[in-house]
Structure formats: C-alpha cells, structure tokens
Design a protein around this ligand. Structure first.
Ligand SMILES: NC(=O)c1ccc[n+]([C@@H]2O[C@H](COP(=O)([O-])OP(=O)(O)OC[C@H]3O[C@@H](n4cnc5c(N)ncnc54)[C@H](O)[C@@H]3O)[C@@H](O)[C@H]2O)c1
Length: 273
C-alpha cells in the first residue's frame, strides 16, 4: 500500500467545504496527507478542518477565491510559510446555477448570457485554469514534483439536457486537463501529472433542484431517468470518489497523465439497451 501513501504530502484542496470536497478531504487525510483547505466559504472551511482533527496529518483552512489570481497567490504565500511546499492540487470548485438551466418556462433562446458565462467562468477558470497556474507553479518548483487533479463531469463526454453552460464548461475542463498534462510533461517530464475525475450523479445541493421534487423530496422525472441509465441503480456517495482520488494523487499512478476517469456506476458505459 506504500504506493498510495500520501504521508508528508501537502495537498491544496480547493472547494474543500463542498459536499464532494469534504469527502475528498477525509480521503486525502486517511492516506496521510496534510491538507491546505481552501474555499471562499471560510467559516465552513474552519468547521470542516475541525472535523479532520483525528488524522495524523495537518488540516488548515485558508480563505481563497478561485476566480481571483491575487487571492490564490496570497494563499500560496501563506501555505508555503506553513507547509514549506505544495505537492498536489485537487480542485473541487464548480457547479451549475438555476438561471443557466432551461425549464418549462425558459428555453435556450431566453437563457441569460451572463448566467451562462458565469457558469463557464466558475467551472473552467476557477475550477481548473487559474488554480493550476498559481499552484502548478509551486508544484514544479518542488524538487519532488507532484500532481493536479481536476473534477470534470459526465457532461463532458455527452452533454446532458437543460444545462448547456455546465456541459460546455466541463467539456472544456476535460480538454484543458489533457492540454495541461501534455504541456507540463513536455516541459517538466514526469515531475508533474495532470488528471481529472468525472463523477456521475451524486445527489448534492448543486443538483437537488434538478433531481428531486422540492415539495416532497421524491425523485423528479430527471432523477428517475438518471437512475434508469445508471447500471448500478443508485446515485453516487461522496466517499465513492476516495479510491480514484488517492490513486491519482499518489505514486500508484506515477505514469498516468492526461486522463479523465469516470466514477459513475457504469452510466458512461451504458447504451440504454
Ligand atoms: N454533485 C454531483 O453530482 C457532481 C457530478 C459531477 C461533477 N461534480 C463536480 O464536483 C465538484 C464539487 O461539486 P459539489 O457537488 O461538491 O459542489 P458544492 O457546491 O457542494 O461544492 C463546491 C464548493 O466550491 C466552493 N466554491 C465555489 N466557488 C468558489 C470560488 N470562487 N472560490 C473558492 N471556492 C469556491 C463552494 O463554496 C463549495 O464549498 C464541482 O466541480 C462539480 O461541478 C459534481
């Protein structure tokens, strides 16, 4: 199991206060990592770090706005002071918004361009590009190098109905993951790897309004259809991401770069027949 050991590694976990990010923090700390916990919701980051006190590694909260390069650069200075290096960046910032989603009353033609642009900005720029610039630089300056892990989505492979901005943005996250993997491997050899996880359907705050009926919490038509298209017949649990995440962060995947791993209960493999 040594190959999967993250003891002594400093992980910058962005979006660490989110549903999937919180579970990722437990996975990383179970593998021995120290976690610099970044979120724009600082109070939640502090609370989550409190929940991580039982692990042998150190968890520390940092207020970070992933859309803002100055905010991340200021955090990078403080993280380097505290931990001395950055080995790994895990970026779980992202999401969709109701006003960028078509529904019975709003078709594509009426969607707010600003809302769509905001979703692309959140998922592509904050969810991948800007943090990779800021923390990737610290990783390549670290003599032992490290890894970057983005969070894409199944939307990236085949767009889902109703969420045009989110689908396009996640396709761009997967594409950028491959681009950056190639660029950094050509510049730095095997010093830094870049991969992504594409979660299937996890019932979280960002998609509850799409997957359940607000009146009684029962499955919406869309939620029912998703379960029919998921061979394992259930939504994902945040902990289902743990093994893939630790694998992509650790030496166990040391010759793996530029891939997007579906963690989806078979959704992307199922033809529907
Ligand atoms: N939930 C799912 O079913 C699902 C499926 C596929 C992909 N994803 C992706 O997984 C990732 C995490 O999703 P989640 O369901 O945990 O979402 P979430 O909304 O629970 O968590 C997102 C976190 O990011 C933080 N955040 C948002 N903007 C930020 C910013 N500018 N700077 C710093 N932090 C910011 C939020 O405060 C929040 O803590 C996202 O990229 C999402 O698109 C989720």
């Amino acid at each position: 199991m040594e190959l999967f050991d993250l003891t002594g590694k400093t992980v910058v976990l962005l979006g660490g206060s989110g549903v999937l990010g919180s579970a990722m923090a437990h996975a990383l700390m179970s593998a021995g990592a120290d976690v610099a916990f970044g979120d724009r919701r600082f109070a939640n980051a502090v609370e989550n770090c409190g929940c991580l006190a039982g692990y042998k590694g150190r968890a520390m909260p940092f207020e970070m706005d992933a859309k803002s390069r100055p905010s991340l650069e200021a955090a990078r200075v403080r993280i380097l002071e505290e931990f001395g290096k950055v080995d790994i960046l895990v970026n779980a910032v992202g999401g969709n918004r109701p006003d960028a989603t078509t529904n019975a009353g709003t078709d594509f033609f009426d969607l707010s361009a600003d809302a769509l642009a905001e979703v692309v900005n959140l998922n592509l720029m904050a969810g991948a590009v800007i943090p990779a610039q800021v923390f990737g630089k610290a990783i390549v300056r670290n003599p032992s190098g490290g890894a970057i892990v983005h969070v894409s989505s199944l939307n990236a492979m085949r767009p889902l109905t109703r969420v045009p901005g989110y689908s396009a943005a996640k396709a761009a996250v997967s594409n950028f993951t491959q681009w950056l993997a190639v660029d950094l491997a050509r510049a730095h050899g095997d010093l830094i790897r870049v991969n992504a996880i594409a979660p299937g359907f996890f019932l979280t705050e960002q998609n509850r309004f799409l997957l359940t009926n607000p009146e009684d919490g029962t499955l919406s038509e869309r939620g029912t259809s998703i379960l029919h298209s998921t061979p394992m017949g259930r939504f994902g649990e945040p902990d289902d991401l743990a093994g893939t995440l630790v694998w992509l962060c650790s030496d166990a995947s040391r010759f793996v770069t530029g891939i997007v791993v579906p963690v989806d209960g078979g959704f992307s493999a199922f033809s529907g027949v």
